[in-house]
Write a protein that binds this ligand. Structure first.
Ligand code: HEC
Length: 211
């Protein structure tokens, strides 16, 4: 009698385990994105168009991850006219001037200092001596603004901030053009008064056209 009971217990247990396993494995097998059993389908399947997907709207296939139309410029974005080349760098040094004049220089310097504390100080150091916590460890540490870079023109600074130079990366994606120009004011404060007006090579470079 006892033996009989044991067999029944074994059969029932195996059947339950089998059912349980089948239940688990039946979820989301056919479609990896399927939520499985849906209690309220509308809450899982949004009727809105999802981004970066291809959709069919009124019979038209619509790709909603598209490149901007050629020749158009995003609102609020100013194209940068100088190429990422040595010539572009020299030309920027000669021709590019800080366009921020609405507020006083001191105000821009203060705003630049805040940005400098977030984006630059770890490499360039608080006084711009190139002795920041990270900068000092670079194979070629940043030169001091008031030393080698004392006569660096603002156009070159902006160019370097836009494209990067040596181990300094581009900051164009982190900082707007306006923010980069505010930083130029602050770097100039750290440079101290210039000895010569510009160190840009006095070569004739055609003024670049905005494409
Ligand atoms: C990863 C470290 C690093 C960070 C972050 C960094 N720099 Fe630099 N920076 C350098 C190095 C290294 C150089 C020297 C590049 C060279 O001449 O090869 C340099 C050069 C410069 C120069 C001189 C450019 C020239 O044309 O010679 C300026 C100006 C400058 N940095 C400003 C900034 C400002 C402003 C920031 C913050 C937005 C910043 N840097 C962030 C490492 C850094």
């Amino acid at each position: 009698m006892k033996k009989h009971y044991k067999i029944v217990k074994f059969v029932v247990c195996s059947a339950l385990t089998g059912l349980l396993l089948a239940g688990f494995s039946s979820c989301g097998k056919r479609d990896a994105n399927s939520p499985g059993v849906e209690f309220m389908p509308d809450m899982y399947r949004s009727p809105s168009l999802e981004y970066y997907q291809i959709h069919t709207v009124d019979g038209d296939t619509v790709y909603n991850a598209m490149k901007p139309v050629k020749g158009t410029v995003a609102r609020g974005y100013m194209p940068y006219a100088y190429a990422n080349t040595t010539e572009g760098y020299e030309a920027a040094g000669l021709n590019l001037k800080n366009p921020l004049t609405a507020k006083s220089r001191e105000e821009y310097e203060k705003e630049g200092e805040v940005l400098y504390g977030k984006f630059c100080v770890h490499c360039h150091g608080e006084a711009g001596m190139g002795d920041g916590k990270v900068g000092g460890k670079l194979p070629g540490p940043p030169p001091a603004y008031s030393g080698t870079l004392k006569n660096l023109p603002e156009g070159k600074m902006f160019h370097t901030l836009t494209y990067g130079k040596g181990t300094m990366g581009s900051h164009a994606s982190q900082l707007t053009q306006e923010e980069r120009w505010k930083l130029v004011y602050f770097v100039q404060k750290l440079q101290g008064p210039k000895v010569v007006v510009s160190d840009s090579a006095k070569v004739e470079v055609a003024k670049p056209k905005i494409k």
